[in-house]
Design a protein around this ligand. Structure first.
Ligand code: HEM
Length: 414
C-alpha cells in the first residue's frame, strides 16, 4: 500500500487579495505560472496591499504592460527606481535606466552606439571565434555545468571584449553582476547585506575609474571605455555617471544573456520535437533565439512609480503608487500569444514578446544579445553536438532576474 504525501498548500486557493507575486521563492521553485494565469483572468491589474516590499500594483496583461511602458510621463523610472524592492536611499546607483526624460535621453545616446549594427558587425568574428573555442574545449561523455562552462564564460568574454577589460580578470565582471542583482537574503547570495553590496560596487567603480584614466591618457581605441573617454559627448561626463552607466552595461549584458543561453538548452531538451525541427532546418535559429528570450523572460519585472492619479484597465492608480510590470506574465498572455506556455521554434511572430521592454527604456543591447545567441546555436548545430540535460536546473532566488544557477549536462560523443 502506498501512503499519499501530505498536500502542499495550493497557492490558487488563496483569496485574490492575498496573492503576492513578489515572493522570490515562486521563481526559484518555478511555480509562478498558475498564479499569473489567475491574475490575468480575474484581476489583470491587481493590488497587493501587503508584501515584504510594501503595497504594489501588478500589471499582468501584455497590452496593459505596453500602456505603462509607453506612458513614461505617468509612470516614472526615476522616482522610485525599477525594482519592486526600493533601494536604500543612501545607496542609490545612478544610471539612465533609473532616469526619466530629459536626463535619460542624453545618457542613453552616449551608450547606445555600442550595440549599433555597424559595431555589431565588427564583433561577429570575435564572438564566433570565442564561441567555437569554448565549445571545442568542453568535456565529452562526462557531466559538467553548462551555466559555468558555457553561459557565464561566453557572456563574460563578450563584456570583456566590449570594455577591453583585463582578460585574466574577466570573472570579476560576472561577480559584480551577481552582486548587483542578488537578493541579499538568498542562501547562496555573494553578499549578505545592502551595506556589503554597496561596498563591493564601490570597488567595481574604482576598478573602472582606473581603466578610464588609462584610456583617456592613451590614443583612442575601439573599446567602449576608450570611445567614451574620448567621445565629444562623453569625455567630460562626471565620473559617477560614467561609472553608473558602465555598471548598467555589466549587469544588463550579463545575467540576461547568460540565462537565455541556459534556458534555451533546457527548453529544447524538454521539447525534443522542437529540437528535431531545428536540426532539420537550421534556418530556424533566429526564430529559436526570439522564442527562447520570450519563454525564458530573463528580466521578470520592471517597476514604475505613478507621478499622478491614473486609470489602468479600470483600476484607480494613485500618485506615488508602485506599479510593477510583470514581463513573465505578459509573455504568457493567451489573449495575445497563441499557446503561450508552449515552446515553439517556428512561431509565426516570434518577436512578439516583452522580454526587452518597450518605449524609451527598451533594451539597448537586444541585437547584441540576439547575435550572441544566434552564433552559439549556429555553432552547436554546425558541430552536431548531442547535449543531454542530466538533472534539474538550480534556479535563482530572485523576483527580478529569472536565472538558472546550475544546469548539469553531458555531451554524448562516440
Ligand atoms: C537576452 C538578453 C537581454 C534581456 C532580456 C534584456 C532585458 C532588458 C529589459 C527588460 C530592459 C528594460 C526595458 C524597459 O524598461 O522597458 C533593458 C534595458 C537595458 N538593457 Fe537589456 N537585456 C538583455 C541584454 C542586454 C545587453 C547584452 C546589454 C548591453 C550590453 C543590455 C543593456 C541594457 C541597457 C543599457 C538598458 C537600459 C536602457 C534604458 O533605460 O534606456 N541589455 N534590458
Amino acid at each position: 500500500m502506498t501512503v499519499a504525501a501530505p498536500l502542499a498548500p495550493d497557492p490558487l486557493a488563496k483569496p485574490l487579495g492575498g496573492i503576492d507575486v513578489s515572493d522570490p521563492a515562486i521563481y526559484q521553485q518555478d511555480t509562478w505560472q498558475p498564479l499569473f494565469a489567475r491574475l490575468r483572468r480575474e484581476a489583470p491589474v491587481h493590488y497587493c496591499a501587503e508584501s515584504r516590499y510594501g503595497p504594489y500594483w501588478s500589471v499582468t496583461r501584455y497590452n496593459d504592460i505596453m500602456t505603462v511602458e509607453l506612458d513614461h510621463a505617468t509612470y516614472s523610472s526615476e522616482i522610485g527606481g525599477i525594482q519592486v524592492e526600493d533601494q536604500p536611499a543612501d545607496m542609490k546607483r545612478g544610471s539612465f535606466i533609473r532616469m526619466d526624460p530629459p536626463r535619460h535621453a542624453a545618457q542613453r545616446r552616449t551608450v547606445a552606439p555600442v550595440a549599433a549594427p555597424v559595431n555589431l558587425a565588427s564583433y561577429e568574428t570575435t564572438i564566433r571565434q570565442r564561441t567555437r573555442a569554448v565549445l571545442d574545449a568542453l568535456p565529452r561523455n562526462e557531466i559538467f555545468d553548462w551555466v559555468d562552462k558555457v553561459s557565464i564564460e561566453l557572456t563574460t568574454m563578450m563584456l570583456a571584449t566590449l570594455f577591453d577589460f583585463p582578460w585574466e580578470e574577466r570573472r570579476k565582471l560576472t561577480y559584480w553582476s551577481d552582486v548587483a542583482i542578488c537578493n541579499v537574503n538568498a542562501p547562496d547570495a555573494p553578499v549578505r547585506s545592502e551595506e556589503e553590496r554597496f561596498a563591493e560596487l564601490l570597488r567595481m567603480a574604482d576598478f573602472f575609474k582606473a581603466l578610464w584614466r588609462e584610456r583617456a591618457a592613451a590614443p583612442p581605441r575601439l573599446d567602449l571605455i576608450s570611445m567614451m573617454a574620448h567621445g565629444d559627448g562623453t569625455c567630460d561626463m562626471p565620473e559617477p555617471e560614467f561609472v553608473g552607466n558602465l555598471a548598467l552595461l555589466v549587469v544588463g549584458g550579463n545575467d540576461t544573456t547568460r540565462n537565455s543561453m541556459s534556458g534555451g538548452l533546457l527548453a529544447l531538451w524538454q521539447n525534443p520535437k522542437e529540437l528535431a525541427k531545428l536540426k532539420a532546418n537550421p534556418g530556424l535559429v533566429p526564430s529559436l533565439v526570439a522564442e527562447t528570450i520570450r519563454y525564458q523572460t530573463p528580466v521578470i519585472h520592471m517597476r514604475r512609480t505613478a507621478t499622478r492619479d491614473a486609470e489602468l484597465a479600470g483600476r484607480r492608480i494613485r500618485r506615488g503608487d508602485k506599479v510593477v510590470m510583470w514581463y513573465v506574465s505578459g509573455n504568457r498572455d493567451e489573449s495575445v500569444i497563441d499557446d503561450p506556455d508552449a515552446f515553439i521554434v517556428d512561431r509565426a511572430k516570434p518577436r512578439q514578446h516583452l522580454s526587452y521592454g518597450a518605449g524609451i527604456h527598451r533594451c539597448v543591447g537586444d541585437r547584441l544579445a540576439d547575435l550572441q545567441l544566434r552564433i552559439l546555436w549556429e555553432e552547436i548545430l554546425g558541430r552536431g553536438l548531442d547535449i543531454a540535460v542530466m538533472g534539474p536546473p538550480r534556479r535563482l532566488y530572485s523576483n527580478f532576474i529569472r536565472g538558472i544557477r546550475e544546469l548539469p549536462v553531458r555531451i554524448n560523443a562516440g
